[in-house]
Ligand binder design. Structure first.
Ligand SMILES: C[S@@+](CC[C@H](N)C(=O)[O-])C[C@H]1O[C@@H](n2cnc3c(N)ncnc32)[C@H](O)[C@@H]1O
Length: 294
């Protein structure tokens, strides 16, 4: 657990701010833009602009952090349909993160209503307004997700935003995705920024169809996607390219495992490493050479 004072805002390329975690050795958002990421890879990728036309929506924000994914979703939904009733659950380990994120300048770029919501969530872990009920469950998401899925909560959109698989493998396992998928409605979508093959195969093993989040502009060969979307039906997903499909046949596609949902990260990484060593699949470097990925 971390100390409130360590959260020093860092500016990203779209002008919005993020934090850097010393514990996980990683920033909370992409350098390209924290706020842009919340809109593109989460709110837009889960079709919220269309879903907002419904009278009510349920959202699940896995790794709530600074609350940007929830904030972007609320801004988008109410811009389309001001009378949409929203219920949000957030899962977050460290309550100091949302608290540090309500200080200026971090919070300034959201509408005044969303600012008040972020403050209430940060201070009380709960917020009720005429068009919103929001609750953040503090603790290891591997445990809190179980009470949420046991309660029957099903979301139309799940924002799946842990630190990267190498840094936080415990939240990218087949077993954790299986719990999270229990909280996805039959017509819902789960979005993540990760395009890694191990993550994609864990999502498939958890019963989801997967699609890619296409790049907005063409980039270097090693940037083939902005992330992954999962759902129970394949119809409205962007299909993976042949290159991405072949990626799923390589050693990189061996998923992380955490049979009892309680192993430390080092144990999960070592189990994964051992399984890759034993595998007869094509190596990832040979797949990269074949597709000219540097
Ligand atoms: C990449 S950041 C999330 C950023 C966030 N979605 C946002 O928009 O600000 C990852 C978050 O996961 C949280 N976290 C790390 N391990 C966790 C765990 N086992 N359970 C729940 N949250 C965890 C961290 O405290 C951090 O806030």
């Amino acid at each position: 657990m971390t100390d409130f004072a360590q959260w020093i805002p860092q500016q990203t390329n779209d002008g919005s701010f993020t934090f850097f975690s010393e514990e996980f050795g990683e920033a909370f958002h992409s350098r390209e833009g924290a706020k842009a990421e919340a809109f593109q890879k989460f709110a837009t990728a889960t079709d919220l602009a269309t879903k907002a036309q419904q009278g009510s929506l349920r959202l699940l924000d896995v790794c709530y952090g600074l609350g940007y994914n929830t904030a972007a979703a609320l801004e988008l939904i109410w811009q389309i349909n001001p009378s949409c009733q929203v219920e949000v659950y957030g899962l977050e380990l460290d309550e100091t993160v949302p608290r540090a994120a309500i200080a200026p300048p971090l919070i300034d770029s959201w509408s005044s209503e969303v600012q008040e919501i972020l403050k209430a969530i940060a201070l009380e872990h709960h917020c009720t307004t005429p068009r919103l009920t929001a609750t953040v469950l503090i603790g290891d998401a591997r445990y809190t997700i179980q009470s949420l899925s046991d309660s029957g909560f099903q979301a139309e959109a799940i924002f799946f935003d842990p630190f990267s698989p190498r840094r936080c493998p415990q939240l990218w396992t087949v077993e954790f995705f299986t719990q999270v998928a229990r909280c996805l409605s039959p017509t819902g979508k789960l979005a993540t920024y990760s395009r890694s093959a191990s993550v994609r195969s864990a999502m498939i093993a958890a019963g989801l169809h997967i699609g890619t989040i296409p790049l907005l502009h063409s980039r270097a060969s090693h940037e083939w996607s902005q992330g992954t979307v999962g759902s129970f039906g394949a119809q409205t997903l962007h299909p993976l390219s042949p290159m991405e499909q072949e990626h799923l046949q390589t050693r990189a596609a061996i998923p992380y495992r955490d049979p009892q949902l309680n192993d430390p990260a080092v144990v999960i990484l070592e189990r994964h490493h051992q399984e890759q060593q034993r595998s007869q699949r094509e190596s990832t470097s040979s797949w990269r050479r074949r597709w000219g990925i540097h």
